[in-house]
Structures are given as structure tokens and as C-alpha cells.
Design a protein around this ligand. Structure first.
Ligand code: CO
Length: 458
């Protein structure tokens, strides 16, 4: 049996270990080598890369994608898309979702991994439909979590819904790295029973479970696993590509990776890692094992947010109470998977409940919107009493929230006029207006400087 590998160094490993701070110039020299490694795909775009390119790196994310495409003609390029949230944190109108998918594919993406924080398939269907229309591979994704309502039967049902929409693979996204080996075995087996599609597993090494989790997933017939080249593996990133290739071959599985190429990649990224360790961007602690998530059943990133929130309010002594309150809030809100943006909502609400001395006395606007149904259908119903308290007289929306949003692309394009040089610029602006404006100004200045310089030289 063959096991395929998706390499995450350019996206998730980069995002999880060094807050996505890899500029294009830092990995350009290795792209042509990576193209020969034999990866099933290279995850290189989407997630936080888009935002960070504009916000911190003064890079056009679209240009980055085109450059990667040109250097890696033989490898499938993959991106992560938050369904109706595209790459942001709110719901966008359908025309924006469609344009974003269209231009992602036009600029070089082959596989789009599409997920929704609540696993509400209505938030996935437009992105999936457009991906298929553009001739790309739609990987329908299940956001993994554990709760009394997240049963194997429920995941099977979800996978079947995605299959009906035409996705070419099913991805299990364990963003918190909490999936254990037995859970992986059971879930992959049930999905294999439910649908006739390749199954992909994504997890993180945070708790140290990932190698075992992948091994049991492989035994259950998983088709693709996500790994990171060794210098950027482990801890909050993925387990090491070379280690899994070695172990799986030893166990008799077929692995189509070129070890010489992997070694060249590892040597190259060791140098990059040294630079980020030296300047403090890479904190060695993030590469270590942290089992707190197993105790609290909340993702590591969320735990550090809780701590910093309490510190800011001079209430760190209430951490234990907040940790007890967190799963209660999650249950009240219908057991949402703890991933952006629901992890923030649940964490902030738990802290507010503890500090106010009365539960749901103070409620943020995100939680109100969540209760109105603006994020989609919750996995289990929201506790009705609490919902009534939060909504007051406010009405819940019926149907799909995005259907209530006015088309935005053409209107924004007109408003931007010459500021936008392309449709891609318009999409950057819609996704991150402030950051895109800042980047456009930087680009203009750079162009003017080049013009000035050219004149002087002439
Ligand atoms: Co991840």
C-alpha cells in the first residue's frame, strides 16, 4: 500500500513555528529542489500566509503564488481556505468567495482544502462548487473535535454530504493536535467505509501523539498525511517528513519520496532555522512537546490566549476557574470545534463569565452573532435559556448568512479605481482592507523610487 505525503513547510510549519514570517526570498533557492521530492502536494498558500504577506512582509501574496508555481511546475500546489470566510474571520458574499477561488486556481493552485469551523456544509458548498468549476481538486474538510455529539456516525454523514457535493478527497483536520492513535484508526476506518474517496489526515505534533496517530491512520488505510521537513517539524508543527518516510518504508509501505532531495531540503532549512532561532522569531519551546492540551482538551494556542487575557486583567489567579468554565461554555454553545474564530469566542466568554461573577452577564458581539446563526449551524443546539438571555429580543437569521450579503466584488473594484492594478488586488483589499492599502502604498513608493533611480542613471 502506498502512503502519500503533503509537505507543509511553506504554510502550516511556517505558520505554527514562526508566525508565518518566511518571506519568499528565504525559500526561493530551494523550490526547484523541492519540486523533485515526489510530494503528493506542497501546501504553500492560504491560511495566514496571505494576511502576513501584506501585513508584515510587504509582499503581494498573489505574486508569491505565481513565483512558486513557476519554480515548481511538477508539484501540486495546495492552499487552505476557510470556506465562506475565505482567508479572513467573517463571512463574505458568494461573489467574493467565487472570485477568490477562481483567481487562486488561475494563479497556480491545484488543490484547495476547504473547511468550516462549525462543519456546516452550507458554508463549504460555494467554495467547493467554484473549485470544481475551475477544474481544481476540492478537498472537503472535517474540522476534528471531540464532544458527545461528534460521533463517528456524524463524521460519516458529513463525509457523505461532502462526497455528494463532488469533492475529490476528504481531509480530517485536527488543528489542535488532540487526536490519539485509536481515534485516528477508528475515524479513518469509518470514513473509508462511508465514502469511496481518498482520505487525508492533518494533525500537529504539539502533544507528541502525531507519529503514533499517523501510523494508526495508515494502518486504517489513510491515503495522504501532512508532514514537515525535519528542521521545521515537531512541537506545534507537523511531525518530520523524513522520519515517517523511513518508518513507513520499514513497515512495508510504499513511499514515493526521494531521500536525497529530502536531505538537500533539510540541509537548506537547517540554515533558515538557525537564523530564526538567532533572531528570536523561532522560540525553541514551540518545538517541544506540551501535553497540557490532553489535560484540558483545549488547543495550545487557546490556552496561551486565556493566560494572556487574564494577565492583562490582572486576574491570572482565576486561571483554574477559567479552565473549568471553558468546556461549560463550549457545551452551552453547542460544542463548536475549537478553531478560529470559535476558539476565541469560547475563551473570551469563559473569562468574562468568571470575572463578572455571573454567567453571560457580559457577552461580546461575536458570541451574539454566533447565537443569531451568523456563523452557521452549531453541532448541537445552543442551550435555549442561555441563547434567550444572550439574544434578548434579537431575531435569529433563517437559512445561510452569506445569502443575506450583497455582492461586493464589482462595487469594490469601482471604488478602488486605479489603486488596484488587477482583480487580485481587489480581492486582497476585500480580504484585508487596511493591510492591502498599506501594501499598495509601499508598492507605489517602490515603483516611484525605481523610476527616479532610472532617470538619474540615464
Ligand atoms: Co494545521
Amino acid at each position: 500500500m502506498k502512503v502519500n505525503f503533503t509537505e507543509t513547510i511553506l504554510r502550516d510549519a511556517n505558520q505554527s513555528l514562526i508566525a508565518t514570517r518566511l518571506p519568499y526570498s528565504k525559500f526561493e533557492p530551494i523550490l526547484e529542489t523541492m519540486d523533485k521530492a515526489g510530494f503528493y502536494s506542497v501546501e504553500c498558500w492560504g491560511g495566514a500566509t496571505f494576511d502576513v504577506c501584506l501585513r508584515y512582509l510587504n509582499e503581494d501574496p498573489w505574486e508569491r503564488l505565481r513565483k512558486i508555481r513557476a519554480k515548481m511546475p511538477n508539484t501540486k500546489l495546495q492552499m487552505l481556505l476557510r470556506g465562506q470566510n475565505v482567508l479572513g474571520y467573517k463571512h463574505y458574499p458568494d461573489d467574493v468567495v467565487r472570485k477568490f477561488v477562481e483567481y487562486s486556481v488561475k494563479n497556480g493552485i491545484d488543490i484547495i482544502r476547504i473547511f468550516d469551523a462549525l462543519n456546516d456544509v452550507r458554508n463549504l458548498e460555494v467554495a467547493i462548487d467554484e473549485t470544481l468549476k475551475q477544474g481544481a481538486h476540492a478537498s472537503g474538510t472535517l474540522s476534528y473535535t471531540t464532544s458527545p455529539v461528534h460521533t463517528l456516525a456524524k463524521y460519516q454523514e458529513l463525509a457523505k454530504d461532502l462526497a455528494k457535493m463532488g469533492v475529490q478527497s476528504i481531509c480530517i483536520k485536527d488543528m489542535a493536535g488532540i487526536m490519539g492513535p485509536q481515534e485516528a484508526y477508528d475515524l479513518v476506518s469509518s470514513l473509508k467505509d462511508a465514502v469511496d474517496l481518498p482520505v487525508v489526515l492533518h494533525t500537529h505534533s504539539t502533544t507528541g501523539l502525531a507519529f503514533m496517530t499517523y501510523l494508526k491512520a495508515v494502518e486504517a488505510g489513510v491515503d495522504v498525511i501532512d508532514t514537515a521537513i525535519s528542521p521545521f517539524s515537531g512541537g506545534t508543527s507537523q511531525p518530520a517528513t523524513e522520519t515517517l518516510a523511513y518508518a513507513l518504508r520499514q513497515l512495508g509501505y510504499e513511499v514515493d519520496l526521494d531521500d536525497k532531495v529530502l536531505k538537500e531540503m533539510a540541509d537548506y532549512f537547517k540554515g533558515v532555522r538557525a537564523e530564526y532561532l538567532a533572531d528570536g522569531t523561532l522560540n525553541p519551546i514551540s518545538m517541544a512537546t506540551d501535553t497540557q492540551c490532553l489535560t484540558y482538551q483545549i488547543p495550545g494556542g487557546m490556552l496561551s490566549n486565556l493566560i494572556s487575557q487574564l494577565k492583562m486583567m490582572n486576574a491570572l489567579d482565576r486561571l483554574d476557574e477559567a479552565l473549568v468554565e471553558t468546556p461549560k461554555v463550549r457545551a452551552d454553545l453547542g460544542y463548536p470545534p475549537l478553531v478560529t474564530p470559535t476558539s476565541q469566542m469560547v475563551g473570551v466568554q469563559a473569562v468574562q463569565n468568571v470575572l463578572a461573577g455571573e454567567r453571560y452577564k457580559n457577552v461580546g458581539k461575536e458570541v451574539k452573532a454566533y447565537c443569531r446563526g451568523e456563523y452557521g449551524r452549531t453541532p448541537a443546539p445552543i442551550n435555549p435559556e442561555i441563547k434567550a438571555k444572550i439574544l434578548g429580543g434579537d431575531k435569529e437569521i433563517e437559512g445561510r448568512f452569506a445569502a443575506t450579503l450583497e455582492p461586493q466584488f464589482e462595487k469594490t473594484k469601482k471604488e478602488l479605481g486605479d489603486i488596484a492594478h488587477s482583480d487580485e488586488d481587489v480581492l486582497s483589499y476585500i480580504a484585508f482592507p487596511k493591510e492591502a492599502e498599506k501594501y499598495f502604498a509601499y508598492r507605489k513608493e517602490k515603483e516611484e523610487n525605481v523610476a527616479k533611480y532610472t532617470i538619474v542613471e540615464a
